[in-house]
Ligand binder design. Sequence first.
Ligand code: FE
Ligand code: FE
Length: 286
Amino acid sequence: MKDNLQSPLKSLDDWENDLLVRYPEKGSKKTEEFRDYDSSDRAEGVKTFYKLNHEIQTYDFVCKKEKQFLTFNKKEMSLWNAVDFLNTLVDDSDPDIELDQFQHLLQTSEAIKADGHEDWFVLTGFLHDLGKVLCLFGEPQWAVVGDTFPVGCQFSDKIVHDEFFTLNADSKNPKYNTKLGMYNENCGLDKVKMSWGHDEYLYQILKDFLPKPALYMIRYHSFYAQHREEAYNHLLNKEDHENFEWVKKFNKYDLYSKAPTPPDSKALRPYYEDLVSKYLPEKLRF
Ligand code: FE
Ligand code: FE
């Protein structure tokens, strides 16, 4: 039995499946498909997950995680080793219905490729969730996945399960609980600390190697309160707004590319090997 505080979700995918309930693909039957899921104990797990996430992700918590992980002294791996490593992540979900992490990455990138996008965009799809290796370093699920949001200023009521923010100490701290909090109007997201998770972590690992739109996709793909709800326009600057068009474009592939047949990873490997070596160094530090 897993510790409920560490792993309230049966599978990391439960968060993504919950996203599909909240943001169903237009014109698809997915809403129907996922309705069952909504009433099951998985939904309870998701609720507990957000309760923990919203309670514990304070400004200080994020600072602590940055100190712990942004020294990159955990592991040195090639991108391929990182993919294999991530794939050792197994959770309690039904293996018959869940695709493994590698397949989610490939389905995302293959859907991007099929639409004829540039190679760096395809590569971004392929690696966007590698930050989830945080789970393998012993981090609890609510500090790895889940919607991300700014800390150091008021929590928006557009964030999923915003009712749990009353449990967050920052919501009672006058330094952090005003609309702008520690920030200036339209200061730009680069100056804004986000709740800690796989987005920011991977961004920090890859920030020297990919074009700017790719880095935005990686850094903000879980920031649903902005790319879906526009709840933080008061913090974005012009560059952010321009690049969020890419984040939105990316989100479609991240959420809606789950095809029933898994991609042929063996056949695709040479293509991705070339792509990876075009943009990334031999070894990456995690
Ligand atoms: Fe992700
Ligand atoms: Fe993803």
